[in-house]
Design a protein around this ligand. Structure first.
Ligand SMILES: C[S@@+](CC[C@H](N)C(=O)[O-])C[C@H]1O[C@@H](n2cnc3c(N)ncnc32)[C@H](O)[C@@H]1O
Length: 336
């Protein structure tokens, strides 16, 4: 029998110290600065506007947390922070961390209230039934949210581009596409494919800009609309990334049915997010994401592969399978 230790309890209980240190570093664009060249303490202190009392502890804490390296008195990015947290690189995923810093961090301080009331604790706290209407009322918030989605989804999007048997299909639609990274990665990895991103009209210009920057303007187009008001555009493959978890069970079932209606016989529906393991005991990220949906939406929740396969079967899909993508993300595939 090993003696119990408090290590894990303290590490998670005070985990927000490390989290907020990283979020502040992203906010100050520290990694973007260091991607230009390594810097000494005094130069960084001046450039980031750090107080002399905090700068050494802040930077050395980031070294100890393995987000920076220090050699010969200079601070360097690690290979990961250089690749993923330099704002000038297309591989930047800090959008999600920027949003976590501005929005989620303060909202999560009301988790206990959310747990007791079952009510969201973000901009829809006043009772608006559509979380996106409140979020998109401010153009800066819209832009930040859509970029954040690319940050959180990019690894899985590339995996879907590579892993799914795309050679069998000619067209794909990504419903709730945000900036369009999923359809972009799928189209980049599969030059024979034509793609459509479907989302609310205000998302259009941000989507089109992203697709153009990736050189896909001729092959990937935007289709505006709300999935509450119209059918999904028809395609051989319908994809939904982090969509089903935004909504209550009734809307989830409606969206799965709309995916089925948009597909031809033999077409495929891919629903992906941090799918919770069927035992609901190991995918902590998926379970915490579900609590994040409690904070962010009036009825959303994350779900297991078996839950989703059940809704797919109910809608008429003849075959389903769950396939791991990257990290906590998996896709549930339904074949019509
Ligand atoms: C959580 S984000 C997911 C974005 C992206 N699929 C991903 O995985 O990164 C949800 C997306 O659904 C879109 N959305 C919300 N309500 C919608 C509606 N009624 N019709 C179409 N899209 C909607 C939002 O604009 C947003 O882009």
């Amino acid at each position: 029998m090993t003696e119990p230790t408090p290590d894990h309890i303290m590490q998670v209980g005070l985990g927000f110290w490390a989290s907020k240190t990283l979020l502040s570093a992203v906010e100050m664009e520290l990694f973007t600065e260091l991607a230009k060249h390594p810097e000494a303490l005094e130069t960084l202190q001046g450039r980031l506007g750090l107080h002399a009392r905090s700068s050494r502890d802040f930077l050395d804490a980031l070294v100890a947390l393995k987000f920076l390296e220090r050699r010969d008195g200079k601070y360097y990015n690690t290979p990961s922070t250089d690749f993923f947290l330099d704002k000038r690189k297309p591989s930047y995923i800090g959008g999600m961390l920027e949003m976590a810093n501005h929005r989620l961090y303060p909202f999560w301080s009301h988790l206990t209230t959310a747990l007791r009331t079952g009510l969201p604790q973000n901009e829809v706290k006043d009772g608006s039934p559509d979380p996106f209407a409140a979020l998109y009322a401010d153009p800066a918030r819209l832009q930040e949210f859509l970029k954040a989605m690319t940050g959180v989804s990019h690894g899985a999007n590339m995996a879907i581009g590579r892993k799914f048997p795309w050679s069998k299909y000619k067209t794909a639609v990504d419903a709730g596409t945000a900036q369009g990274d999923l359809i972009t990665q799928v189209a980049l990895a599969n030059p024979h494919l034509e793609g459509t991103g479907f989302d609310l009209p205000e998302v259009g210009p941000i989507f089109e800009d992203y697709v153009e920057k990736n050189g896909l303007a001729g092959r990937v187009k935007f289709s505006p609309g709300s999935f509450f008001d119209r059918p999904l555009p028809k395609a051989d493959v319908v994809m939904m990334g982090h969509i089903l978890h935004d909504w209550n069970l009734e809307v989830k079932r409606m969206l799965v049915r709309k995916a089925w209606e948009a597909l031809p016989e033999g077409g495929a529906f891919i629903a992906y997010e941090c799918i919770i393991d069927d035992e609901r005991s190991t995918n902590a990220f998926g379970l915490l994401m579900s609590l994040n949906m409690l904070i962010e939406t009036p009825g959303g929740f994350d779900y297991t592969g078996a839950d989703c396969a059940g809704w797919m079967k109910e809608a008429g899909f003849r075959e389903t399978r769950v396939e791991h993508l990257v990290g906590p993300d998996s896709m549930v595939v339904g074949i019509k």
